[in-house]
Design a protein around this ligand. Structure first.
Ligand code: PMP
Length: 395
């Protein structure tokens, strides 16, 4: 008999979508996969060189549980530049990707029964990680407000058990970026109701003009002592497989996370050296190249998606996801006697159009579909053309 908690981590729906795409592809279908949240790219030269140098030096030992001290100093300098504030190494934990940083945050903050406000639709891991730490996610529906939480809705959901607000901007899956006034309002609510803020800015490097990404601690410096910043190089340097990210937070949090990681794992030593080399001697050229690729993919995608009937243009303000709002489309399809939810749409897109997408139900929304556009442009073009034909001619 397995532990009861295993019900909390039934396989992630994104992983399930990916597996379905793999299975269909194995049957010989020409499946184009728009489920994986990653950019198809070469490796940054500074990362490659840093990793090779570390291997040539026989770097093979554990590092400190919070990561290499030199890397924590380098990250402190990066975060100081990002936030226009001064950060020190003892406020930084290097983690095995943002996933570990988020899990650490939940483990360090939550007591059993504590509630965390989570604007939804939201990335699949947020509620599961909160649940595994004994907490309860309290979803704040953002669909009636262009996927940005209304401050009144957040405030109304606060109870004596609320411990934290999870803020993910730019958002996966919705692609929205919270503006300064939304962030300032969230910060004020956190102060008024004595809440922590878990600030996931993994997609901060991809803000599409005229939108800009703002760290919440820069908008409202007074929340710095109650904010945990989560970030990852999986997205900004296209390093999903290297598993390297960080948590920046008050020293007491980082010290607890250091103890926790001593029972879990320190991050991979080669990835740490590679990142250190990038931060010390890499330049911005590679990231700019990625940003240009994403901007081109976004422009191409938006122009194809503009031909969709009854589906508004996705926000796509940041990150590399198109989130299709199917409410109007479903209303139209239902008029012909079909009751169609997002799972049906994702299945038909996979089977009939050969395009793997993520059903909004994975994100808590039966009326949306998520598409990742970090893939090769030619394939993206093909996938979105097939998708628009399928949705426009649905019978
Ligand atoms: N936060 C968000 C919002 C994400 O979309 C993801 C990955 N899809 C992560 C965190 C985890 O990133 P990493 O690969 O660095 O663990």
């Amino acid at each position: 008999m397995l532990a009861q908690r295993t019900v909390l981590f039934k396989s992630s729906s994104i992983a399930a979508a990916w597996t379905a795409a793999e299975a269909a592809a194995a049957c010989g279908d020409q499946i184009i996969d728009l489920t994986a949240g990653e950019i198809w790219s070469e490796l940054a030269p500074s990362i490659r060189e840093g990793a090779i140098a570390a291997i040539n030096c026989s770097s093979n030992r554990y590092t400190g549980t919070l990561g290499l001290l030199k890397l924590r100093h380098a990250l402190a300098r990066k975060i100081s530049a990002d936030t226009a504030q001064s950060w020190s190494a003892d406020e930084i934990a290097v983690t095995s990707g943002a996933k570990q940083a988020l899990f650490n945050a939940a483990m360090a903050l939550l007591n059993p029964g504590d509630e965390v406000l989570v604007p939804a639709p939201c990335w699949t891991s947020f509620p599961v990680q909160i649940g595994l730490a004994g907490g309860t996610p309290v979803f704040i529906d953002t669909r009636h407000n262009s996927y940005v939480p209304k401050l009144a809705d957040l405030a109304a959901a606060v109870t004596s058990k609320t411990k934290a607000i999870l803020v993910n901007t730019p958002s996966n899956p919705t692609g929205v970026i919270y503006d300064r006034s939304t962030l300032a309002g969230i910060a004020q609510l956190a102060i008024d109701r004595d809440l922590w803020i878990i600030f996931d800015e993994c997609y901060g490097a991809f803000a599409h003009a005229p939108h800009t990404h703002h760290p919440i601690v820069s908008v409202a410096p007074s929340v710095r002592d109650r904010t945990l910043i989560v970030n990852s190089f999986a997205k900004s340097l296209a390093l999903t497989g290297w598993r390297i990210g960080y948590l920046a937070a008050p020293k007491t949090v980082i010290s607890a996370v250091g103890s926790l990681q001593s029972y879990m794992s320190c991050p991979d030593v080669i990835a740490q050296h590679a990142l250190l080399n990038h931060l010390e001697s890499g330049d911005a050229a590679f990231q700019l190249q990625l940003q240009r690729h994403v901007a081109n993919a976004r422009a191409l995608g938006l122009s194809i998606l503009s031909t969709l009937k009854s589906v508004p243009q996705p926000a796509a303000q940041g990150g590399y996801y198109f989130y299709l709002d199917l409410v109007g489309w479903q209303r139209r399809a239902n008029r012909y006697g079909h009751e169609i939810n997002a799972d049906d749409v994702a299945n038909v897109l996979l089977m009939d159009a050969g395009v793997a997408t993520v059903s909004g139900t994975a994100f808590g929304d039966p009326a949306g579909v998520g598409l990742s556009y970090g893939i090769d442009l030619k394939l993206l073009d093909k996938a979105l053309r097939r998708l628009t034909v399928a949705l426009n001619t649905w019978k």
